[in-house]
Design a protein around this ligand. Structure first.
Ligand SMILES: Nc1ncnc2c1ncn2[C@@H]1O[C@H](COP(=O)(O)OP(=O)(O)O)[C@@H](O)[C@H]1O
Ligand SMILES: O=C(O)C1=C[C@@H](OP(=O)(O)O)[C@@H](O)[C@H](O)C1
Ligand SMILES: [Mg+2]
Length: 165
């Protein structure tokens, strides 16, 4: 699962694993577990480049160790070309496409995403999305929409898009 912060990678990935008898892992959760501190603290104490190095190491480990697993990655992970190549090796890359409008609603009041802290959240999301969209599209093998969709519908759409790919 790839896509912008708030597109649903973690919650939908967890739902698929539970309902379709798959395992689940989330790169953010693995990093928090490894570092024994929150994403906010890693960004403020160690810096974003350190966090990005951990992300790459984790995807490399997952390629070696994971099967039948839904993997949700942090929203910034597909921005590095090296990571986009690694994601292809990991499995089917699904981009959860979500409008800025919807992301703004979902993330209003969220304090767990350091890149959105302070200032106008809609402007931050718009700006970051402008910079990131082409990388998400480049990484994606399957694209599904999430605005107004149930997880059942989203799951069916993944199967349909994969059949037609
Ligand atoms: N399809 C959806 N429709 C409505 N709300 C959603 C949907 N998917 C996720 N959410 C909500 O959006 C918020 C962010 O979801 P999350 O899974 O943490 O996103 P991500 O891991 O992509 O950053 C959560 O409150 C979640 O319940
Ligand atoms: O988009 C990003 O750069 C980030 C997304 C976050 O994960 P989610 O996409 O699950 O919110 C987390 O990895 C970190 O705050 C950075
Ligand atoms: Mg997440």
């Amino acid at each position: 699962m790839i896509g912008f912060m708030g597109c649903g990678k973690t919650t939908f990935g967890t739902w698929i694993a539970k309902n379709k008898k798959m395992d689940f892992c989330d790169t953010d959760a693995l990093i928090v577990e490894k570092e024994k501190k929150s994403i906010n603290d890693i960004f403020s104490e160690n810096g974003e480049p350190y966090f990005r190095e951990l992300e790459t190491e984790i995807v490399k480990d997952l390629i070696k160790s994971r099967h039948n697993t839904v993997v949700s990655v942090g929203g910034g992970l597909p921005l590095k070309p090296e990571n986009r190549e690694l994601l292809k090796k990991l499995g089917t890359v699904v981009y959860l496409r979500t409008s800025v409008e919807e992301l703004t609603k979902r993330l209003a009041g969220d304090t767990t995403r350091p890149l959105l802290a302070g200032g106008n959240i809609r402007e931050k999301i718009t700006h970051l999305m402008d910079m990131r969209l082409s990388d998400y599209l480049d990484a994606a093998e399957v694209i599904i929409d999430t605005d107004g969709r149930s997880f059942d519908e989203m799951y069916e759409n993944i199967l349909k898009e994969k059949r037609e790919a």
